[in-house]
Design a protein around this ligand. Structure first.
Ligand code: C2E
Ligand code: MG
Ligand code: MG
Ligand code: MG
Length: 274
């Protein structure tokens, strides 16, 4: 967990600089203004099939390019956006930008959706509108759903997920294995993959318990017909261990870090030539 912890702390450090002088409503106003004035940026990180190295998706990860505090990471502002409702505006911007950029991608684009976003009654309509306006086919879009968003109490959730599926969109459960989503709930949901939480990758090659737990989750995912993706792979040994246990796909610094759109385009062009 050390690497994860370090990565998270880097974000928090900036947040600590940024937060104390402002109360919640001032920070919310700052966030909304940042969205309106184009201070939000998407970085992109590919994910690959472990069997043959094929690129299977490119995930959009939002950052806030703050004029005085530098590049703020999602940990610094997503929870605030979720609490104040600014996530609707932010989510719409992220989806629209990612879909537009993805017109040039050689694979699907994956966009993260928080529990609060998934609870919006008009989610399907607004996603459909973005697909229409950008011209991206739904079959080129994946939505990564927060595990907490799949609590079985919401009766309308299933209909909303079916509505997204009907647009051709692929659904993935993100950060799987540390939260609440039960396998017998998941098997009835129209999702096609689970993305294991990064903390399961960190010790997969060194800690026998983590190894067996990850292997069990890979097997369980397969048992209910899902593709299993690992995130936060920083070392070659993690990749080979994950490959051996039958994990289908992986993402992480060992393969490719999150990159600005231009950098990713350059990298894709370079790898296409070799
Ligand atoms: P996530 O969707 O699970 O994204 C994976 C996180 O792991 C990203 O952090 C990514 O930069 C980081 N990561 C990638 N490779 C490695 C690695 O090898 N090692 C380690 N330690 N970390 C790695 P990031 O960009 O800080 O995003 C954090 C979370 O914020 C995301 O977790 C996602 O839940 C949320 N998020 C990001 N963008 C959006 C967005 O547009 N909308 C919403 N609702 N949530 C977002
Ligand atoms: Mg994700
Ligand atoms: Mg994740
Ligand atoms: Mg995460």
């Amino acid at each position: 967990d050390v690497a994860m912890y370090t990565a998270k702390r880097a974000g928090r450090g900036r947040y600590a600089v940024y937060a104390p002088e402002l109360d919640g409503s001032a920070r919310d106003a700052g966030l909304r203004r940042a969205i309106e004035t184009g201070r939000m940026v998407l970085h992109y990180q590919p994910e690959y099939a472990l069997a043959d190295g094929r690129m299977t998706a490119i995930e959009a990860l939002v950052r806030w390019d703050h004029p005085t505090h530098g590049l703020l990471m999602p940990e610094d502002f997503i929870d605030l956006a979720d609490e104040t409702g600014a996530i609707t505006q932010l989510g719409d911007w992220v989806l629209r930008t990612a879909c537009r950029d993805a017109l040039h991608f050689p694979c699907r684009v994956a966009v993260n959706v928080s529990a609060r976003q998934l609870a919006q009654p008009n989610l399907v309509t607004s996603v459909a509108r973005v697909l229409n306006e950008t011209g991206l086919p739904g079959s080129r879009l994946t939505l990564e759903l927060a595990e907490a968003a799949l609590l079985p109490t919401d009766q309308h959730l299933r209909a909303r997920l079916e509505g997204l599926r009907a647009l051709g969109i692929t659904l993935v459960v993100d950060d799987f294995g540390v939260g609440h989503a039960a396998l017998n709930v998941l098997r009835r949901m129209p999702v096609s993959s689970v993305k294991l939480h990064g903390s399961l990758t960190v010790g997969v090659h060194t800690d026998p318990v983590t190894h067996d737990l990850a292997a069990a989750l890979v097997a369980a995912g397969h048992a209910i017909g899902l593709t299993v993706v690992a995130e936060a792979a920083e070392h070659e040994e993690q990749l080979s261990t994950l490959r051996k246990m039958g994990c289908d796909r992986a993402q992480g610094f060992a393969l490719c870090p999150p990159l600005a759109h231009d950098q990713l385009t350059e990298r894709l062009a370079a790898t296409a030539k070799t």
